[in-house]
Write a protein that binds this ligand. Sequence first.
Ligand SMILES: Nc1ncnc2c1ncn2[C@@H]1O[C@H](COP(=O)(O)OP(=O)(O)OP(=O)(O)O)[C@@H](O)[C@H]1O
Ligand SMILES: O=P(O)(O)OC[C@H]1O[C@H](OP(=O)(O)OP(=O)(O)O)[C@H](O)[C@@H]1O
Length: 216
Amino acid sequence: MNNDRYLTFALGKGRLANKTLELLEKTGITCEEMKDKNSRKLIFVNEELKLRFFLAKGPDVPTYVEYGAADIGVVGSDTIMEENRRVYEVLDLGFGKCRMCVCGPAQARELLKHHERIRVASKYPNIAKDYFFNKKHQTVDIIKLNGSVELGPIVGLSDVIVDIVETGSTLRENGLEVLEEICPLSARMIVNQVSMQMETERIRSLIQKLKPLCEA
Ligand SMILES: Nc1ncnc2c1ncn2[C@@H]1O[C@H](COP(=O)(O)OP(=O)(O)OP(=O)(O)O)[C@@H](O)[C@H]1O
Ligand SMILES: O=P(O)(O)OC[C@H]1O[C@H](OP(=O)(O)OP(=O)(O)O)[C@H](O)[C@@H]1O
């Protein structure tokens, strides 16, 4: 083990960021500078613990970790599935819980039931493809969107969507419903495959500290 080496964390921006920092703080890992919302600085260092942190767009987190630009990442399991990078997924952090679902207007149930060739809009084309082609053996047309995916069926772009459902209010307010559940989701810790060998002790000890703090 080489304790002089900095361990680098890539953390997903947005919804998961605060909870991630809170969790790390409970294990004694703090990075005060990172809490300054007005700062435009991208990378933060804790000299004492020999740690570095940066915030990145969720889908980029597994990329940084696969290439070793970060040793450790925290990101949603949706993003891990969608990006399909060569990383170790080591811990379910138990927050950021939601579900990946096929959603649409109630009448789209029939189209799904009869395995019609439907149009599916999603921010997650790989998850949608895997679900329809590999799990359901249903040929569909996938349309990639970058947000506000619920618009798809409302404006006639698609028959259904594959998207995240948390409280269900976005669906309700737009006259849509969950038609099929694909899988539950939550925030996960991922580790670079080489770092896991080179820094086994430091990473294992972090996992052991985090485990009891993770929500069930
Ligand atoms: N209601 C929710 N909507 C979206 N993601 C959620 C929700 N609840 C928990 N999550 C989790 O939080 C992660 C980050 O979501 P967030 O919306 O902040 O990022 P994003 O989807 O990359 O957003 P953007 O495209 O706006 O940058 C998701 O990948 C998912 O795992
Ligand atoms: O079930 P709910 O609690 O309503 O949450 C689900 C909604 O939140 C997310 O969208 P987000 O706010 O990230 O915006 P986006 O559609 O632009 O990605 C997700 O894509 C759903 O639209």
